[in-house]
Design a binder for this molecule. Structure first.
Ligand code: GDP
Ligand code: IMO
Ligand code: MG
Length: 431
């Protein structure tokens, strides 16, 4: 039963889209198992630069079936727009399969996401304001509306009435915002049901049957380990399970079906939104990494915060995901800097932390001092044309080998640019 989970190992935007698209030819199915259109996965192929938010990045490969699993929250408006965008680019979406159990993002979720952020003020999470958190709140609170509910008008109306009865009170009385009517939402959403109907399936059965037939499945994670609801820098996280453990629950296959876990790791580190970030750079080096790396959000256009590679986080991600392999991305961006720093441990209150600390207060700038190792760089050498490890400058090879040894997981893929071809395969195999 060959299957692989691909996960972000930092705070998202590690290059998951590029790597998923790149290796999808080795898989029969590519499955999103969590998150929603908070994700922005860039895929550059055949001269096209596409940002995918909901559709699995395997959609670019005509031999691959893209699946939106039960763990995803689906905004039908965004889905409709994305399918149109893909078709306009000549990419067929006929093969797309959507789980009947995935939850639906409703207009009131989006309104509440914004309202909750405003209420938090300076303590805001910095969400993408796409209604992700409120949709997962309803899922856990057992008042959510699933894809299958949209397909039966009577059931949809009944669930919507129950939900709006409470949501409207929240919007009106607590947040002083406009309310929604059942008819207004039904009128907009029922046509989406027609759009979704041909794609809907019981995806747990689909995927388990595929596994029995010896098909190969790639689970495409969104966000990253430190944005995971359980393992991330709570409360500055998203509301789903972004780690590899989310793949079984978010798709309906058992954990024994997974035999590889590929962690996507940037050669430095970025974060969008609020929350602690021990190696964050507030100087011109941080600016430089952001400019050279093009570190602006795919979904929101927000500037990403930049910092040095954090091996404490990398080792933690290796553990909580059971990483078997790492794809190191954006190594080419480091050609812009002189000396490269790697955070190997933290110091706070006179104590050294080699492992991710129990108390997250340690991670805040006012408390933490990162302990850095300095490595010589390869400034000015363009590595984006390198296609084998041996072609990399000696200092770039040494940097990768140092990270590999510090993290303890083989770096099987190295990305040296955004295009498919700008990749070095070392010892990666899908099976
Ligand atoms: P994702 O959310 O993990 O899929 O990552 P994003 O697409 O949000 O952000 C990654 C950005 O880096 C995108 O613009 C990619 O095209 C780009 N990218 C991916 N790999 C590389 C690489 O190795 N080098 C460079 N320079 N850019 C890359
Ligand atoms: P990809 O898949 C980076 C961040 C938001 C915010 C927090 C919560 O492209 O890596 P949410 O809207 O999910 O409630 O926001 O999570 N966030 C991401 N940051 N990449 C992403 O996705 C993200 N998805 C959510 O910025 O800090
Ligand atoms: Mg992204």
């Amino acid at each position: 039963m060959p299957s692989t989970v691909l996960v972000g190992t930092q705070w998202g935007d590690e290059g998951k889209g590029k790597i998923t698209d790149l290796i999808s030819s080795d898989y029969d199915y590519v499955v999103r198992f969590q998150g929603g259109n908070n994700a922005g996965h860039t895929v550059i192929a055949d001269g096209k630069n596409l940002a995918l938010r909901l559709t699995p990045s395997g959609v670019m490969n005509p031999d691959c079936t893209p699946v939106i699993g039960n763990g995803v929250v689906v905004d039908p408006r965004v889905l409709a727009g994305e399918l149109d965008m893909l078709r306009e680019n000549g990419i067929s979406c006929d093969r797309l399969v959507i789980s009947c159990d995935a939850h639906v993002i409703m207009p009131y979720h989006i309104a509440l996401d914004g309202a909750q952020e405003t209420r938090l003020g300076k303590h805001e999470i910095g969400t993408t304001k796409n209604g992700i958190g409120p949709a997962y709140q309803d899922k856990a609170g057992r008042t959510g509306i699933r894809i299958q509910d949209l397909l039966d008008e009577a059931i949809f109306r009944e669930k919507l009435e129950t939900a709006l009865d409470y949501k409207n009170q929240l919007l009106e009385k607590i947040y002083h915002l406009p309310t929604f009517t059942v008819d207004q939402i039904m009128e907009e959403y029922l046509p989406y049901a027609d759009m979704i109907r041909p794609h809907m399936a019981e995806t747990a059965q689909l995927l388990n049957t595929a596994l029995r037939e010896g098909k190969n499945i790639l689970f495409e994670g969104a966000q990253g380990t430190l944005l995971d609801i359980d393992h991330g820098t709570y409360p500055f996280v998203t509301s789903s399970s972004c780690c590899s453990g989310g793949a079984p629950t978010g798709s309906g296959v058992g954990p024994k079906a997974i035999d590889k876990v590929l962690g996507i790791m940037k050669a430095y580190i970025t974060r969008v939104g609020s929350g602690p970030f021990p190696t964050e750079l507030f100087d011109e080096t941080g600016e430089l990494l952001g400019q050279v790396g093009g570190e602006f959000g795919v979904v929101t256009g927000r500037k990403r915060r930049c910092g040095w590679f954090d091996a404490v986080i990398a080792r933690y991600a290796a553990d909580v995901n059971s990483l078997t392999d790492i794809a190191l991305t954006k190594l080419d961006v480091l050609s812009a800097v002189d000396t490269i720093k790697v955070c190997v441990a933290y110091e706070a209150d006179g104590q050294r932390y080699d492992y991710f600390p129990m108390q997250h207060s340690v991670l805040y700038p006012k408390n933490v001092t990162p302990i850095y190792e300095e490595l010589p760089g390869w400034k000015g050498v363009d590595i984006s044309e390198c296609r084998t490890f041996d072609e990399l400058p000696a200092n770039a090879q040494a940097y990768v080998e140092y990270l590999e040894q510090t993290v303890g997981v083989p770096m099987s893929i190295i990305a040296v640019g955004p295009d498919r071809e700008q990749t070095i395969f070392r010892n990666w195999s899908a099976r």
